[in-house]
Design a protein around this ligand. Structure first.
Ligand SMILES: [Zn+2]
Length: 201
């Protein structure tokens, strides 16, 4: 039985490990890369090699080119207001609205006991550390989707932060975003309005 050359099979196998890519799509992608030729493959390979130079910000957990990200190291950003988001994509979306002048905290997921994602699996402990009184945080803005997991995560964080430091105001994006909709896909105007009209919880 004919199979692809070993090196192509290897490429198909690696591509198929990516999220949302099934075996057929992996096969098609690998053949596409082969057909594009060596320069295209080298460019892809070089981009993949660059991953080693990308880091997690040691303050907010966002993706960064250095130990501290561009937002956290920006003197002009309001360090007293932390916008908490599920993923790095949400940071980019919120930055596009231009309505948040503070800093961020990236959780990398939401609490979901059915999938075994518990508070300790997210970067919540780091957020609580940032919420300590000595850090002078005034407000934590929960820019978290209005889903079952989003609600559970928001309530958990609100309780934990209030326990750590009752002086911090905790708000959540409420209006404007339809229930169950994803912040990543919200348009800038709607999301910007939701930031401005955030509600204290
Ligand atoms: Zn940062």
């Amino acid at each position: 039985m004919y199979t692809y050359p070993f090196k192509l099979e290897k490429l198909i196998n690696e591509i198929s490990k990516l999220p949302g890519i099934g075996p057929k799509m992996a096969e098609r992608t690998a053949i596409y890369i082969f057909k594009k030729g060596q320069p295209a493959a080298d460019a892809l390979s070089e981009a993949l090699g660059g991953i080693k130079d990308i880091k997690f910000c040691d303050i907010c957990g966002n993706i960064s080119a250095a130990g501290t990200c561009a937002v956290c190291s920006d003197e002009k950003r309001d360090k007293g207001a932390i916008c908490v988001v599920e993923s790095p994509e949400d940071v980019i979306t919120i930055e596009h609205t231009g309505k948040h002048s503070g800093v961020y905290h990236v959780l990398y997921g939401l609490i979901n006991p059915l999938n075994n994602i518990l508070p300790d699996n997210l970067k919540i402990r780091q957020l609580l550390k940032r919420s300590e009184k000595t850090e002078n945080i005034r407000e934590i803005i929960l820019a978290i989707n209005h889903t079952v997991e989003g609600d559970a995560t928001s309530l958990y964080i609100a309780d934990a932060v209030k326990t750590a430091n009752p002086d911090i105001k905790i708000t959540r994006l409420a209006k404007g975003l339809p229930t169950g909709s994803d912040i990543k896909y919200a348009d800038e105007i709607t999301l910007g309005q939701a930031i401005l009209e955030r509600k204290e919880i």
